[in-house]
Design a protein around this ligand. Structure first.
Ligand SMILES: Cc1cc2nc3c(=O)[nH]c(=O)nc-3n(C[C@H](O)[C@H](O)[C@H](O)COP(=O)(O)OP(=O)(O)OC[C@H]3O[C@@H](n4cnc5c(N)ncnc54)[C@H](O)[C@@H]3O)c2cc1C
Length: 272
């Protein structure tokens, strides 16, 4: 597997340019602003940290002047005042614009609530890569990969779109099998990628483990699997692929994008 390179990340000043409803459960926010072109996405599942202002504040409070120690300083700030920090994926980038798709998940978290109400001109900060070859990309099929399995929920749909676009451009010959769980049929999106052998299945809410665990036929050859979504669901899928389907654990990239009953801050506190 190609090692993920270390690379510089910077705080970048972004502004909401426009918004678009993508279905009942997701909203696209297109950012511009003074630093948008210094953000250099490497595509695929390019992740970054987003800092949102607290309700009633116009600017996200982030100790950017603390340099490499910003995180320790941010943790010491009053949680009611410091910026809300969450992980997101670049859905698309073009000159002057960076698009991010937000799952709204019924307004249960501050980022989802912010996204539901965001309006042009609002100010956010990103901690983003300034080099497209960066450590915030996890989708890295190892040499010898014959086909790719993707499993995702709505939060990882932007990453799947980025991955299929990258595969279409870089490895269009690799067969792709994808299972994507969405709350409603109208949350499905067109994944426009010129992949010769792509089979994308849309799965109803709560159906992801069952759909992949079902007795579906998989292509022959050596697979590479990329799994992302709710942490418990991702764990179940990974176990199944290793124990029941004979996948090599080194050929599975898996990431819990959120965990039922825990905020992203809870998860960060656990990891600290
Ligand atoms: C690398 C990475 C990339 C990500 N990319 C994206 C992306 O592009 N788009 C995107 O929408 N999300 C993405 N996520 C997931 C997103 O960061 C989380 O959903 C985050 O918890 C949302 O923050 P919040 O403030 O709305 O909710 P939080 O305050 O973190 O959580 C509040 C409550 O809502 C629950 N919750 C959180 N997310 C969901 C959900 N999706 N559905 C149901 N309940 C939920 C939590 O369990 C908790 O009980 C990504 C996560 C990671 C780690």
């Amino acid at each position: 597997m190609t090692a993920a390179p270390a690379s510089p990340w910077e705080f970048l000043d972004l502004r909401v340019l426009r918004t678009q409803a993508l279905g009942p459960s997701m909203r696209r926010i297109v950012f511009g602003g003074p630093d948008v072109d210094r953000f250099r996405s490497g595509g695929r599942d390019q992740r970054f940290k987003l800092f949102l202002p607290q309700p009633g504040e116009s600017t996200p409070l982030v100790p950017t002047a603390a340099g490499a120690d910003w995180y320790a300083h941010w943790r010491r700030l009053d949680p009611a005042r410091r910026a809300v920090m969450r992980s997101y994926t670049v859905r698309a980038q073009r000159p002057g614009e960076l698009a991010v798709d937000f799952a709204l998940h019924d307004g249960t978290g501050p980022a989802g609530r912010w996204a539901a109400a965001a309006a042009p001109g609002e100010h956010v900060l990103a901690l983003g890569p300034t080099d497209p070859d960066n450590a915030g990309i996890d989708f890295r099929p190892p040499d010898g990969t014959d086909w790719v399995l993707l499993a995702a929920d709505l939060t990882a749909l932007p990453a799947v779109a980025g991955i299929t676009a990258w595969l279409g451009a870089e490895r269009p010959w690799l067969p792709v099998r994808a299972w994507i769980e969405v709350p409603y049929e109208r949350d499905r999106q067109e994944l426009a990628a010129p992949i010769a052998d792509a089979d994308v299945r849309w799965v109803a809410r709560g159906g992801l483990p069952g759909a992949v665990l079902g007795a579906c036929a998989l292509p022959p050859g050596t697979p590479y699997a990329w799994l992302a979504g709710e942490a418990g669901c991702v764990r179940t899928l990974r176990r199944h692929l290793i124990a029941d389907r004979g996948f090599d654990r080194a050929r599975i990239t898996f990431t819990g994008y959120w965990r039922r009953g825990a905020t992203e801050e809870d998860l960060l506190a656990e990891a600290a």
